[in-house]
Design a binder for this molecule. Structure first.
Ligand code: AMP
Ligand code: ZN
Length: 113
């Protein structure tokens, strides 16, 4: 997808601090961390929100969720972590390529969830 920053990161055109990669997903550190550990799990297929997702993409997203526990373990998040997927403007989505925030490494605040 042209002009999508996450597609460019997946293509290697923009550098990232890579944590994990396979044929379905790329996981890298967020450039502006909101917790001690803050990574993004990005399905390699481009779709902006769940509302746009087709069945193939849904299966890819499923494999992301299946893999996240092992990735979280490698990141040292044995005490738990928080996953967030922002959907659209009101949620504060800024990059319109669906991604899962993985947040942890500290006790997460209780204000939002
Ligand atoms: P969202 O607001 O849910 O769309 O999240 C987008 C996230 O992408 C934000 O947390 C940004 O800090 C992060 N981000 C934007 N550009 C980059 C980049 N080049 N490398 C890593 N993370 C990025
Ligand atoms: Zn994209």
């Amino acid at each position: 997808m042209e002009n999508c920053i996450f597609c460019k990161i997946i293509a290697g055109e923009i550098p990232s601090k890579k944590v994990y990669e396979d044929e379905d997903m790329l996981v890298f550190h967020d450039i502006s961390p909101q917790a001690k550990v803050h990574c993004l799990c990005v399905p390699k297929s481009h779709f902006a929100t769940l509302a746009e997702m087709d069945e193939v993409q849904a299966n890819q997203l499923k494999r992301c969720f299946e893999k996240i526990p092992a990735i979280a373990k490698d990141l040292g998040l044995e005490n738990g972590y928080r996953l967030i997927i922002n959907q659209g403007q009101d949620a504060g989505q800024t990059v319109f390529h669906l991604h899962i925030h993985i947040l942890g490494g500290q006790k997460m605040g209780e204000k939002m969830l």
